[in-house]
Each structure stands twice: as C-alpha cells, then as structure tokens.
Design a protein. Structure first.
Lengths: 115, 117
C-alpha cells in the first residue's frame, strides 16, 4: 500500500528565507507525486507534479520539487518566502500508470511566514 | 471556466440525523471524487466515480455513507445516521478521464464543513 509522510506538521520561516517542506513516500510501483496547497476555507490547488521525465519539476508561485528515487523523497522548496505563501501544504502519491488515479495524501504541513 | 461547485458550505447537525452534500464537477470531467478531511489530517478518498459508475469505494463506510452520480454529472454524498466522528470537511474533486490521463490534475471544490454535535 502506498503512504506519504510529511516531516513537520508546522514550519515557520521568515519572509525572504528559504522554504523547505519535506515529503517521503512509499510505493511498490513507480509513483506519480503531487504537491497541493490549501488556503483557509478553500479547496486544494495543485502546485506541481512529477509523473515521468525530468526529476526537478517547477510549479506555480516559484515552488519546485525534486524526485529522488533512492531517497523515496519529493521535497518542496522555494528560494524566498513571501507572506502570501502562508497556507497548508499536502504531498500526495498515486500509482503511476494505473487507471484509478487514487491519491494518498500526507497529513499536511502548515507554513507560517514571519515578517 | 467554472470550477467545482459544492453546497452547502457549512452544515451543523445532531448525531443520528441525516445529511446530504451536493457536488457539480467541472463540465466535461468524467471522473469525480469525494474526500473526507478530518481536522489536522490530509484528505482521504471515500469514493471515486468514472462517469456514473463506481471505480473505488473501498474506504466508504457503507453502513452509513452512500453516494450516487446519476447521469454522470452531479453527485450527492449522504450520511445516515451521522456520528460525532463524521465531523470533517467533505471535498469534491473532478478530473478528466483518469484511465486516459492517470497523472492528470484533480480540481477541488471549496468543501462542505460538517459539524456533528
């Protein structure tokens, strides 16, 4: 069975500092990996995804993530945090190539930006 | 393009009562998902439809939860009778046909926040 572990339920950084949100997954087949962001009282919005090909993927709002198969990781980074980045972030995995496209989510990381 | 619509946005009921949630997916999206998001946790898939057929309902508590997607468009999720532990946000999402696009994006609605007292 697939699973996702997000290290740190809360991360706090200063405005302009590096953002690093950690995600490790387990999957018995090549995974598809996703990062979603959730602002208060809103649904989830896709930030970026890895399916195949280049392991460094770029997303919206300056975020990027690198798929590292040997480490079973898909950490999310942003070089310089902005106040508007404050939100809940979810890492998710699905079985690549399977038709059902079932997403399994991590428990989420709440990002706080300090002025 | 209109997004995924859900109603109501908020609902408060007493335990043992019944409740229903409605979802209208993005036009043309064949696949529809219902997720349960308990406070402090990530969303958990309850049921997935492909057109009007069920693809996966392995985590749906079928003794109290039911869902349907008549005509392959709108969907309703019902809880009867509700328990305290059903308090959560219920998210609906849709995507283009999953089998043809397994890495495709799921588009989420704003959710319905259910409080069971």
């Amino acid at each position: 069975a697939q699973s996702v572990t997000q290290l740190g339920s809360h991360v706090s950084v200063s405005e302009g500092a590096l953002v690093l949100l950690r995600c490790n997954y387990s999957s018995s087949v090549p995974p598809y990996l996703f990062w979603y962001v959730q602002y208060p009282n809103q649904g989830l919005q896709l930030l970026l995804k890895y399916t195949t090909g280049a392991t460094l993927v770029k997303g919206i709002n300056g975020f990027e993530a690198e798929f590292k198969k040997s480490e079973t990781s898909f950490h999310l980074t942003k070089p310089s945090a902005h106040m508007s980045d404050a939100a809940e972030y979810f890492c998710a995995v699905s079985e690549g190539g399977k038709g059902a496209q079932k997403l399994v989510f991590g428990q989420g990381t709440r990002l706080t930006i300090n002025p | 393009e209109a997004g995924v619509a859900q109603s109501p946005r908020y609902k408060i009921i007493e335990k043992r009562q019944s409740v229903a949630f409605w979802c209208n997916p993005i036009s043309g999206h064949a696949t529809l998902y219902w997720y349960q998001q308990i406070l402090g946790q990530g969303p958990k898939l309850l049921i997935q439809f492909q057109n009007n057929g069920v693809v996966d309902d392995s985590q749906l508590p079928k003794d109290r939860f039911s869902a349907e997607r008549l005509k392959g468009v709108d969907s309703t999720l019902k809880i009867q009778p509700a328990k305290l532990e059903d308090s959560a946000v219920y998210l609906c999402a849709s995507s283009t046909q999953a089998q043809a696009n397994p890495g495709g994006e799921q588009y989420f609605g704003p959710g319905t926040r259910l409080t069971v007292t």
